[in-house]
Design a protein. Structure first.
Length: 139
């Protein structure tokens, strides 16, 4: 006479635990993959916006003043001073952008040339950092 054992019930309980663990791991993996897309930036749109702004700063391409201050490849300091004196919101509207920006100048060795004075290296948003401590507008 054979004695029945309960091996089948133990095996089915192990299978249920394994399936639950598998589903949890797949769910975590899926949520991590979806989260990585949340912080992506449309770099092509930003590049297009930057090109649009740079064209408007060049009087040879876009002779509207302000905001242009580059003539024949050289900076017209008088026009630059006028553009630098404009309130940021007005300049943003003139340039037709909704994104924050910073206009700054570099020399041949990639050193920042202050636009207004040593404390104001650029024209634009103070939230844009040119280095670890210096904002575009000197803040």
């Amino acid at each position: 006479m054979r004695v029945k054992t309960k091996r089948g019930q133990t095996w089915s309980f192990d299978l249920i635990v394994a399936v639950v663990i598998f589903i949890v791991v797949v769910g975590i993996f899926y949520s991590l993959l979806n989260r990585s897309n949340e912080g992506t930036v449309d770099t092509q749109a930003l590049e297009s916006g930057a090109k649009s702004i740079s064209y408007q700063l060049n009087c040879d391409v876009s002779p509207v003043f302000p905001p242009c201050f580059i003539e024949n490849g050289e900076i017209n300091e008088t026009k630059l001073a006028v553009v630098a004196a404009l309130p940021y919101a007005d300049l943003k509207e003139l340039l037709g952008t909704t994104e924050d920006f910073c206009i700054y100048l570099l020399d041949e060795e990639n050193r920042i040339i202050p636009v207004i004075d040593e404390n104001t290296p650029g024209i634009g948003s103070g939230s844009y950092l040119l280095n670890a401590t210096l904002g575009c507008d000197g803040s």
